[in-house]
Design a protein around this ligand. Structure first.
Ligand code: FAD
Length: 443
């Protein structure tokens, strides 16, 4: 059987590698419009900040390695259309690739603000490896060493740190009042303090209106809050699933605008699978299909699709929305639903936010952590959590993700058996304290 995989980012390579391992008799072709396949996009900020010196360190698997494993990889090749009746993919240039099974792993595209001047030299988005290579090269050349990041989401935040590491003075321009709205404003305060202490200016409630050529620096950003000059402007206002091909093929798109799939990663057409940022995933807490463009999800969905198309039935059991990023000395992590999502999913959320030291105060080092828990008033089920602090936020959120995964009530979270020794935690961990606090809130 002939398998064609469109997209060589994370989900496509994962599908192709798994399918070829499971059934070496499959004839698998993976096409990628760009130059690179199978690379760690999540590490690009650390490459730009020069923590990772060389882009080859980001490549997980080269086309040669794929070929050795029986997957034909073709780069610089773009799929232009798919004929589902005759089961062929048409490439730009007219070549056709017949398939028995098709996998869409077309990822997501950066959203552009649609303002004049966004195509000027020195204006970047960061989605694919050539973007990161371009930014790093450009940073070496700029004279006035100033950057502006438009958008204060997690990629904007990671890039603040990268620019500071690269010795570039950074200003953030954000439409919202607080950065990363997935985290509550009380916890967001820590993020603001961290930005300030690293001399990053954050312009909140500021709308970018235009980009033009600058005077003292290359570029000037015009906003409703003044004009700012920089050599580099990074547009980081989010991504949208790439569903152009899927839409033209008549595949069903979900409520989120991403490709609708079942737990086997099959789309509405029996010969077509979809994986990664371009498709939806089942959220185990909201019980709704959602689109969460994250690399770990793309990898897992790819493995499941690869097993299924090779004849080994498998399901992707869904997500709970776990996510994290680092900002200088802070770990910032969340899982499950926030209040707005909980209400939209039909829950009656009640929450608590506690602050405390992760380890006994007698030990050296700063370990103050803010932990917020959310539960459903009527069922007592844990719904979500957020944590920000210099130490232990991610491990606590991972623990709470496991609790959400198995549908634990808050009462049980309050007595979870967690490893305790003074260098790591306290006898009553902040998780226990927050859960018991929440129990009181619920009455
Ligand atoms: P992609 O990796 O986007 O790959 C899709 C590929 O399809 C692209 O290479 C594209 O060129 C190709 N393609 C599209 N259409 C066609 C066509 N018609 N023909 C041929 N090829 C086509 N996730 C995390 O979980 N944790 C993190 O810390 C994290 N950090 C990130 C940091 C940054 C800066 C960025 C940009 C992303 C980060 N992510 C992170 C997100 C993660 O990188 C993505 O979720 C992941 O790459 C999605 O994989 P994918 O295969 O679905 O899509």
């Amino acid at each position: 059987r002939r398998v064609v995989v469109i997209g060589g980012g994370a989900g496509g390579p994962s599908t192709a590698a798994e399918a070829s391992r499971r059934d070496p008799s499959l004839s698998i072709t993976m096409i990628e419009q760009g130059e690179y396949v199978s690379y760690a996009a999540c590490s690009m900020p650390y490459y730009i900040g020069d923590l990772i010196k060389d882009e080859s360190k980001l490549i997980a698997r080269t086309p040669e390695k794929f070929r050795e494993g029986g997957v034909d990889v073709r780069t610089g090749v773009q799929a232009e259309g798919v004929d589902l009746k005759d089961q062929v993919v048409t490439l730009v240039g007219g070549e056709t690739l017949p398939f028995d099974v098709l996998v869409l792993a077309t990822g997501a595209r950066p959203i552009l603000p649609g303002i004049p001047g966004e195509d000027l030299e020195g204006v970047f988005t960061l989605k694919q490896l050539p973007d990161a290579i371009g930014i790093k090269k450009y940073l070496r050349e700029i004279k006035c060493r100033k950057a502006i990041i438009v958008g204060a989401g997690f990629i904007g935040m990671e890039m603040c740190e990268a620019f500071v590491d690269a010795g570039v003075e950074t200003t953030m321009v954000n439409m919202g009042k607080m950065p990363v709205p997935r985290w509550d404003p009380e916890l967001g305060q820590l993020i603001l303090e961290s930005l300030k202490s690293h001399r990053i200016k954050l312009l909140a409630e500021t709308k970018s209106l235009a980009i033009e050529k600058g005077g003292s620096c290359n570029l000037r950003l015009i906003t409703n809050n003044g004009h700012f000059e920089a050599d580099l402007i990074l547009l980081a206002i989010g991504v949208r699933p790439s569903v152009g091909l899927a839409g033209e093929m008549g595949l069903v798109l979900g409520r989120t605008g991403a490709i609708s799939v079942n737990l086997s990663q099959r789309t509405s057409h029996p010969s077509v699978y979809a994986v990664g940022d371009c498709c939806e995933a089942f959220h185990r807490v909201s019980k709704q299909w959602t689109n969460v463009p994250l690399g770990d999800i793309a990898n897992k969905q790819g493995r499941v699709a690869g097993q299924n198309l090779a004849g080994f039935p498998s399901i992707f059991p869904g997500i709970v929305g776990a996510q994290a990023f680092k900002l200088f000395d802070l770990e910032i992590a969340a899982t499950g639903l926030d209040e707005r999502e909980a209400i939209a999913a039909g829950y009656s959320p009640v929450s608590t936010l506690i602050w405390g030291e992760v380890v006994p105060l007698s030990l050296p080092g700063e370990t103050r952590l803010g932990l917020k828990l959310l539960a459903d008033k009527s069922t007592g089920l844990l719904l979500g959590a957020q944590a920000v602090g210099p130490h232990g936020a991610v491990s606590r959120i991972n623990t709470l993700s496991a609790a959400l995964w198995s549908g634990l009530p808050v009462e049980e979270v309050g007595y979870l058996d967690l490893a305790y020794a003074p260098p790591f935690s306290r006898a009553w961990d902040l998780i226990h304290i927050a859960a018991q606090d929440l129990m009181k809130e619920m009455g």
